[in-house]
Ligand binder design. Structure first.
Ligand code: PLP
Length: 397
């Protein structure tokens, strides 16, 4: 298939880089691009605060810092995600607890999450997998009931829309925003229901500056903690004085300038991805042995299919033979089965993971091993690409 990489980079990004280099200031502490990116992100999402940082993993580390677990506290998350969701839990000496997922879309099952909440639970980290809206309204209700922080990992879910429910939190933003087609009605965006939403600008996400991250929040105290942590605990207004533990997670002006150009293209990227994905769903309607994704609110980072009879790798092979970028399982193994848990993680000390062994997650394990298939998707797909995928799926089944 043509243009499998699908990046939308051009003169705007070149001009952004030239502007920064000619200014002579590449560092966002003293430059203007990083702060401008934060304002534009906050405006797009209707959030009080946005903080730019060096990666999606850094953004997730900031979100764990915002939740402020004590060492040994537990954070419930999903086993089907990038390791960047889980690594920051370990980095803060907290304990990841994996809850099983909905076999229809691989997103966290709120019932499974509820069963794992205990006295040490501090936060829930939900991932909007492949761009499909996770059930964050139910997760926020659970979090509120138990005094937990809900974090939404939106690395794969730029402009994912949530089902309309005016009685629930989440910002009604972007009314009439061009590019938001197939809207679910409420205009609430993934990332605005939890106390913190995180985003990635890594090479293969919807938009990119090579590597980069953003967090959004309405909470002033959380925003302050995250900003300090991203800059070595250094409150720049207070002189050379370190208020708290922090690392250097700053985004450079070069990244921020490119990210601003990319953010401006985001609605168009989503519109194009949604148009072709919805076409593929229509073309595959009624094909036996395949469960199609629900289009409502989906951001189509990838196009997932579920094969309840467990034939995902056979179909993936058939599609790849036609040049279609399809893969079975998405991960080598769900993260509750990752070799990292065999340790050691922190030198020779098992603390705080003494005796740790993640629970089984049968639905996640079956998705990854047998039933889940993902097709790379991007905004340059044409009707001909869609027709080729549809034909190959139909002639296989
Ligand atoms: C990509 C990704 C991350 C990590 O983002 P990086 O920018 O690569 O650090 C975290 N979570 C999910 C769901 C991702 O897809």
């Amino acid at each position: 298939m043509a243009d499998p990489e699908g990046r939308t980079l051009g003169d705007e990004e070149v001009a952004a880089l030239e502007r920064v280099i000619r200014s002579g200031m590449l560092n966002s502490v003293w430059g203007t691009e990083g702060r401008a990116l934060e304002r534009e992100m906050a405006e797009l999402y209707g959030s009080r605060h946005a903080i730019a940082c060096s990666s999606g993993t850094a953004a997730l580390h900031l979100s764990v810092v915002a939740a402020a677990p004590d060492p040994g506290d537990e954070i419930i998350t999903t086993p089907i995600t990038d390791f960047g969701t889980v690594a920051p839990i370990l980095a803060q000496n907290a304990v990841p607890v994996f809850a099983d997922v909905d076999p229809a879309d691989g997103n966290l099952d709120p019932g499974a999450v509820a069963r794992l909440i205990g006295p040490r639970t501090r936060a829930i980290m939900a991932v909007h997998l492949f761009g499909a809206p996770a059930r964050v309204d139910e997760l926020r209700a659970l979090a509120d009931e138990h005094g937990l922080t809900l974090i939404e990992d939106c690395a794969q879910a730029w402009l994912t829309e949530l089902p309309d429910d005016p009685g629930l939190p989440g910002e009604p933003v972007l009314a009439g925003h061009p590019g938001l087609v197939g809207r679910s009605g409420g205009g609430r965006l993934a990332g605005t229901v939890g106390q913190v939403g995180t985003f990635s600008l890594q090479q293969w996400k919807h938009i990119t500056c090579g590597d980069g991250g953003l967090v959004i929040t309405q909470d002033d105290a959380m925003a302050h903690r995250m900003r300090l942590f991203s800059d070595k605990g250094w409150d720049r207004a207070a002189g050379r004085s370190h208020a708290s533990l922090g690392l250097n997670y700053r985004m450079t002006e070069l990244q921020a300038a490119v990210a601003r150009a990319q953010l401006a293209k985001l609605p168009g990227v989503l519109e194009a991805r949604r148009r072709t994905a919805v076409r593929l769903i229509a073309a595959l309607e009624g094909v036996p042995g395949i469960r199609l994704p629900r289009p409502e609110g989906h951001a189509w980072w990838l196009f997932p299919l579920v094969l309840p009879d467990g034939k995902a790798s056979a179909l993936a092979e058939h599609l790849r033979a036609a040049g279609i970028p399809a893969r079975a399982g998405y991960l080598g193994e769900p993260l509750n089965r990752a070799p990292v848990w065999n340790g050691p993680i922190y030198g020779s000390s098992p603390y705080p993971l003494e005796g740790y062994a993640p629970d089984a997650c049968p639905e996640a394990e079956r998705l990854v091993a047998e039933t889940l298939l993902v097709i790379d998707w991007n905004e340059h797909y044409t009707d001909e690409h869609v027709e080729l995928v549809a034909e190959r799926v139909r002639d296989w089944s």
